[in-house]
Design a binder for this molecule. Structure first.
Ligand code: GAR
Length: 206
């Protein structure tokens, strides 16, 4: 079976990208291959992680392209085609993709979200804001979700979830770290392999 060509999209520190790179190096993503890392911020530390791992990487920055979503997505699409990408993994990618883009990549984009969807998700819920909202609501369990990406922010079909305990005295940072360590860094590589395997299977059956 052919290995699926993966692009990882990032915006910041890239610890989820690192988990994917480590999983690939450990042989835990046999159905896929990380072929490209794209950041939407020129100074994203994730780009350094990609460089260290010897992976092709680039920044595509909306404001450098005139500021429109169309121009950003056109440049992104062109780069993805250049690298013959099969699957897009959003790993801490903090921008929203338009319906025309997600339709074109139907069931070929997955995202990691740092809560148990449908709690604390949708527009405005990203990064630390998610954990602030969870603590404000007083939930005792939170976690992470990997889901397919469609036109509804955080609304696509759920692939994997993992629950994590909220502990007394947690602040948004301690909760974020525990959820990353105990959930995100585990389920994102696992879901990536699952989806790559499915895509490869579909190809062999076609
Ligand atoms: C992660 O917690 C990820 O789940 C979250 O941003 C963080 C990025 O960290 N993503 C979202 O909130 C998407 N709505 P990282 O750059 O270290 O992977």
């Amino acid at each position: 079976m052919r290995r699926q060509r993966i692009a990882v999209l990032v915006s910041g520190g890239g610890t989820n990208l690192q988990a994917l790179l480590d999983a690939e190096a450990a042989g835990a993503v046999p159905s896929g291959e990380i072929c490209l890392v794209v950041a939407n911020k020129a100074d994203a530390y994730a780009l350094e992680r990609a460089a260290k791992a010897g992976k092709p990487h680039t920044a595509i920055v909306r404001k450098d392209l005139g500021g429109s979503q169309e121009a950003f997505e056109a440049a992104l699409q062109e780069t993805l085609e250049e690298y013959r990408i099969d699957l897009i993994v959003l790993a801490g990618f903090l921008a929203i993709l338009s319906a025309s883009f997600t339709e074109r990549w139907d069931r070929r984009i997955i995202n990691i979200h740092p809560s148990l969807i449908p709690s604390f998700c949708g527009p405005g819920f990203y990064g630390l804001h998610v954990h602030e909202a969870a603590l404000r609501r007083g939930v005792k369990i939170s976690g992470a979700t990997v889901h397919y990406v469609n036109e509804i922010p955080d609304g696509g079909e759920i692939i994997l979830q993992k629950a994590v305990e909220v502990l007394p005295g947690d602040d948004p940072e301690t909760l974020q770290k525990r959820i990353m360590r105990e959930a995100e860094w585990q389920i994102l590589p696992k879901a990536t392999e699952m989806v790559c395997h499915l895509l490869s299977q579909d190809e062999t059956e076609a």
